[in-house]
Ligand binder design. Structure first.
Ligand SMILES: [Ca+2]
Ligand SMILES: [Ca+2]
Length: 72
């Protein structure tokens, strides 16, 4: 069951990871939000959100960080 949830989460993550390198940058996040939600945010706002989920300090969001955020 957990595997199904994780597979779904990986699909969501992949939508944000535009270049498929396994990390979501602020720029990728900003582009996806604009495309999916039609909401324009600044790169600074996108970076702020990424930073709030970033636990290893590389200023990008890995799947592990995304997954941890999803799991509260
Ligand atoms: Ca990427
Ligand atoms: Ca990170």
């Amino acid at each position: 069951m957990a595997d199904i949830v994780e597979t779904a989460a990986r699909k969501v993550f992949a939508r944000y990871d535009l270049d498929g390198d396994g990390q979501v940058t602020a720029e990728e996040y900003r582009q996806v939000i604009a495309e999916l939600e039609g909401t324009e945010i600044t790169e600074a706002q996108a970076q702020e959100l990424i930073d709030s989920l970033d636990t290893d300090g590389d200023r990008q969001m890995s799947f592990e960080e995304f997954w941890a955020a999803m799991n509260g």
